[in-house]
Design a protein around this ligand. Sequence first.
Ligand code: NAD
Length: 389
Amino acid sequence: MHYDFFAPPQIHFGWDRFQEAGTLAASLGSRALIISGSRSLETNGVLDELKSLLSRAGISSEHIRTISHEPEVTDVDQVTNILQHHTLGAGDFLIGIGGGSGIDLAKACAAMITNRESETVLDYLEGVGQGLQLKAKPLPLMAIPTTAGTGSEATKNAVISSYAPAFKKSLRSPEMIPDIILCDPKLACSVPPEITARTGMDAITQLLESYISCRAQPIPQALSLQGLKLAIPALPQAVADGNSRTGRESMAHAALLSGIALANSGLGMAHGVAPALGTHCRIPHGLACAVMLPSTLKANRSVCETQYADIARHLDPGLSLSDADAADSLIQQIEALNASIDIPATLSELGVTREQIPALVADSRGNSMRGNPREISDDELTGILQDLL
Ligand code: NAD
């Protein structure tokens, strides 16, 4: 056995623990610059509450930006410029509060503010620009997730989009794992059912893909099993009743575990294709993953039957089926889960056309696809996407 395992340095998890935001943040500095990932956090009072919790702990704060879309190169460059004009001092740190979009923007800005070899994040993204590496430690960062999906609070990358030219790439460094994670599942109670469904399926896709990845490792696999056991029954609950404490707690915990798992083990075909569906077809990340997940499981079934059977038996210890039947039952369970929370079964329902397939195939060859347990050729991927129309 041979592996490296990265974990976030501090995780503070629990219902209503948002109230500890100020006391926890005090170890990071004396002035918080806040990046938020949702207008809802402004209208429902969460941002004001955050400022007042910080103030009570003797921390001054400034709200820098709210982003309500998946972050683009221009967002990172603009917000980094704004931050630079704040004459950053020794006690300054960032807080990213929101879904994956807000947290990724905060993670990227925390890194870019201390790495100024280029003024644009483009030059640091994998596979585009000048290929610069992050050298300096990012500004300290506290991540407060408000969706239960990406696990971005626990990963070492930030995903940045561009639409012209179309790409979705990561800014990545082990130093980008947030210093403090404050995960209060109650913050997700205001997430509408449709977004709960698709972000939750992102977490489930991450748990399954990291488990079967060709870079899979024992510790993340144990986390994935725990996450799947929580998430599969909890997601329909959280979609049906946004205030369900069990539903929200289980999903927030599963999403956090999925982030730790993916940061160590990588992902697979669903996450390989999702960025291309995001940039070419404007499909939100979680929804793209959800629709691609059943096909991904089927495409990998020939090399993953034992792993699927192991997962199926972990989910239902009473299952007395052969490996082949248990593996089939897992795939059927995921299809039924998608249907129960109104995730479309086809890409055509999301507006994807046959003409877009060549570009989707060409742009699916990122880091995630390299984790897929078997090689998927362009011809095979073309066939898989055509079958989904
Ligand atoms: P998101 O952050 O874009 O949020 C989705 C929607 O939910 C937005 O409209 C937002 O305004 C709303 N929202 C967020 N919190 C809310 C709340 N508490 N109440 C009401 N509405 C709320 O969606 P996401 O799926 O969390 O993040 C997607 C982004 O994360 C994508 O860019 C994806 O590529 C990226 N991602 C990053 C990682 C990583 O490791 N860094 C992993 C997976 C995905």
